[in-house]
Design a protein around this ligand. Structure first.
Ligand code: AMP
Ligand code: MG
Length: 501
């Protein structure tokens, strides 16, 4: 073992019983190199970027060496995938290196794509370059928009080859999360009747994420409620930015409330409540408009695992848990309503007027739907109907119409009625509606270019770098990035995205 004092690990998950994980070392990659290092995330973790850029840092980030304090494990979980229960999943291609306590809390550092584990089932334990870059771009864009998410500390080339429908360059994502505990982690133990483990996991989750609940007499009910609230907040934000996760299986729902597992996810271009991108989501189970319905379904699976801890009498436990699950929708509606009101430039009011203004925002969505107009740009273009600086007209796909004219007139009346100064409205519009999102066709283009470049020996991925940089300032009107903000032309549209597993 190397003596490297640069990372102060403080591992707690590994102190749970060995039922929760398997100790395992990452596979040593043949020729690792850093594609992208995220100094913001390094700062958050209290790790020096200089150290991470050194050879010792690269050895750590690539899994080539296990540094002092790191106790690598693969964690076990189960999960409902597309509604069907898989009793044993787990980190099939991920290895948790350990936990660090940064300025604002405790974080897991995990390698994704670091070789096979006892939970790999038929998988090869690998990650290909494309999906790693995709997760890096989208997770960092999500964070920049203020949406809770796992982060990307680094993207690494392994020097190895990965076989998928073709042969691709192998890569690793160094993922950082508040924790990797999933609804499926609870399901794993409950489905085997290991309620001591469910209880240990619930207590651990409370300690790590909701410490205020510790002395609560109904703390397990409190846990369910807290997880449910975080999910309501998360999904409302996804919806307000047009984000489609694509695989909302219970093993992909983190109890800390961060977006996790970027597979076939994408931001929608034209507004379509039925939008699906995932190539494997044939029934549209995880389509855009279903996301707020799937979340309480998943939370019900979590509730079931907690029932024996909630009350001695099963019927009491069911009743208590049901009340919490039923509350999800009103909590979600409340947050979503406020977010949509902001998207049309009005501060949430906390008054009986909110529903009426929300309805006006909904009418705007109807206009977008009828015209198949671009979700992001249509909202951003609301500034054009006021006296502020307008965004370039060609970004707005919403055509002038009698309906739009009437909508704008009513909108202006609402603004007037609420006595909102125009500058204030513009400020709210610009901070609630991104100028730039990582559009699916731009993401795909940059991944394709990166893979092609790699094949001819170029490992500087310029379009990836540009997309990441642009996505880090989503609300800033930077006209140098105008090309990245244009909705896809018919020929550029991506209709399907793949998990890349
Ligand atoms: P996902 O659809 O990415 O959430 O993955 C579902 C399950 O499959 C998880 O248990 C993953 O760890 C596992 N998995 C996905 N891809 C691979 C792979 N290439 N090798 C091994 N396991 C994998
Ligand atoms: Mg997953």
């Amino acid at each position: 073992m190397n003596k490297l004092p640069c990372i102060n690990f403080d591992n707690t998950y590994v102190k749970l019983s060995s039922n929760f994980y398997t100790e395992i070392k990452p596979r040593v990659p043949s020729n690792p190199s850093i594609i992208k290092l995220n100094s913001n995330v390094a700062d958050k973790l209290g790790i020096s970027s200089e150290y991470l850029k050194s050879l010792e840092g690269l050895n750590f980030l690539s899994g080539s060496e296990i540094i002092d304090g790191s106790e690598p494990i693969a964690t076990v979980y189960a999960g409902h995938q597309f509604g069907y229960f898989s009793p044993q999943l787990g980190d099939g291609r991920a290895i948790l290196l350990g936990e660090v306590v940064g300025k604002k809390g405790r974080y897991d550092i995990q390698l994704k794509g670091s070789g096979r584990t006892p939970y790999s089932r038929g998988g090869d334990g690998n990650a290909a370059l494309g999906p790693v870059l995709r997760e890096y771009i989208i997770s960092e864009a999500m964070n920049a928009m203020g949406i809770p998410t796992t982060r990307s500390l680094a993207a690494i080339l392994t020097g190895d080859k990965v076989v998928r429908e073709d042969i691709f360059p192998g890569a690793l994502l160094v993922r950082v999360a508040s924790s990797h505990i999933r609804v499926g982690t609870f399901e794993f133990f409950a489905s085997r009747g290991q309620y001591n483990d469910v209880k240990a996991l619930a207590n651990y989750s409370i300690q790590r994420h909701f410490p205020d609940l510790k002395s609560n007499k109904d703390k397990y009910l409190g846990l369910l409620n807290a997880v449910s609230q975080r999910q309501a907040e998360l999904i409302a934000q996804w919806m307000s930015f047009g984000f489609i996760h694509g695989v909302m299986n219970t093993d992909n729902m983190a109890i800390c409330g961060e977006t996790i597992d970027y597979g076939p996810c994408a931001f929608m271009d034209e507004y379509n409540p039925d939008q699906v991108f995932s190539s494997i989501d044939h029934s549209g189970r995880y389509k855009y408009s279903n996301q707020p319905k799937v979340a309480p379904w998943n939370l019900s699976r979590l509730a079931e695992t907690l029932l024996p801890l909630i009350a001695d009498k099963p019927e009491d436990a069911v009743q208590d848990a049901q009340k919490i699950i039923e509350r999800f929708s009103s909590h979600y509606d409340n947050i979503f309503r406020k977010l949509m009101i902001k998207k049309i430039g009005i501060s949430p009011l906390n008054s009986c007027e909110e529903p009426k203004i929300f309805e006006h925002a909904q009418t705007f969505l109807e206009l977008l739907k009828a015209q198949k107009a671009d979700f992001t740009n249509s909202f951003r273009s609301l500034t054009n109907y006021l006296n502020g600086t307008a965004i370039p007209k060609d970004l707005n796909t919403l055509a002038p119409s009698e309906e739009l004219k009437a909508w704008i007139e009513d909108w202006k009346l609402i603004l007037k009625h609420h006595n909102v100064e125009e500058n204030k409205t513009l400020e709210i519009l610009r901070s609630s509606n991104p100028f730039i999102i990582p559009r699916n066709h731009q993401v795909e283009k940059s991944l394709l270019e990166s893979i092609q470049n790699y094949k001819i020996g170029i490992t500087e991925f310029k379009s990836f770098e540009r997309l990441v940089k642009a996505s880090l300032e989503p609300f800033k009107e930077n006209l140098n990035n105008k090309d990245l903000c244009l909705p896809p032309k018919e020929s550029e549209k991506i209709h399907e995205t793949f998990c890349g597993t």
